[in-house]
Design a protein around this ligand. Structure first.
Ligand code: HEM
Length: 211
């Protein structure tokens, strides 16, 4: 398998951050120059929400990709998770500033009374400690508690997909795709130890040597 030389690892992670932010910058530019169709604020809000969900799914897909295909992209997981966080934050700020004009009573009423917004808000709040602890210092400080804390990403992705499905009048193929992907990624967790045991037995080599 073609592997990226180690000397390019850091640069490739920065490239991922830069490329990952392109959809937000592009959407903002289209909106600012009047080229987003329909309601530009809604369009921009939707674009940010969708990319947030895509980055969440990509973050969760890193481990199954390594298990099933032997491709080790673990080095990109933190960047993907942080991109998801930045997109949720921008999605939330667009909602607060451009959609609701910082009308706090209306925002609070929305969070309390519209279940899809309550769920989105809960996912966003849960994402904050993960973003704050996604650094080497926190990993060292928290030890095994870090792993437990970061399992919340499964709950967040499930809540994000549910929030998407509940935000639309008719649940079409797009929300179903995300729901399906999140279900598959959730199911992989209990299957994974058995699969890796089977794989080790299969070739007699420790699984981590294959990456
Ligand atoms: C993990 C957190 C979140 C994710 C992954 C997420 C994702 C999404 C997605 C995918 C959509 C639908 C986009 C489309 O229709 O194409 C959406 C819509 C929306 N989200 Fe979020 N969201 C999150 C959190 C939030 C939060 C915190 C708020 C506000 C408090 C929020 C408010 C909204 C609103 C107002 C809509 C649009 C509904 C409409 O069409 O009027 N979301 N979100």
């Amino acid at each position: 398998m073609l592997t990226l030389p180690r000397k390019y690892h850091a640069a490739s992670i920065w490239l991922l951050y830069a490329v990952g932010l392109v959809p937000a910058a592009w959407g903002f530019w289209l909106g600012a120059t009047g080229r987003l169709p329909g309601n530009p604020v809604k369009e921009f809000e939707h674009l940010l929400g969708l990319w947030a969900l895509r980055f969440l799914v990509a973050t969760l897909a890193i481990t199954p990709i390594r298990d099933l295909l032997g491709i080790n992209w673990i080095r990109y997981r933190r960047a993907l998770g942080l991109l998801a966080f930045w997109y949720v934050l921008m999605h939330f700020l667009t909602y607060m500033l451009l959609d609701q004009y910082l009308n706090f009573p209306a925002i609070l009423a929305d969070i309390a009374k519209r279940p899809f917004i309550t769920i989105g808000m809960a996912a966003f709040v849960l994402l904050i400690p993960l973003a704050l602890t996604s650094n080497a210092w926190s990993i060292r400080r928290l030890g095994p508690r870090w792993v437990k804390l970061h399992r919340l990403v499964y709950v967040i992705a499930a809540a994000g997909a549910l929030h998407f499905a509940m935000s639309v009048k008719v649940v079409g193929p797009e929300p179903w795709t995300y729901i399906g992907l999140v279900i598959l990624l959730l199911l992989w967790r209990p299957i994974r130890p058995r699969f890796n045991r089977w794989k080790r037995r299969d070739d007699g080599r420790p699984q981590f040597n294959r990456a």
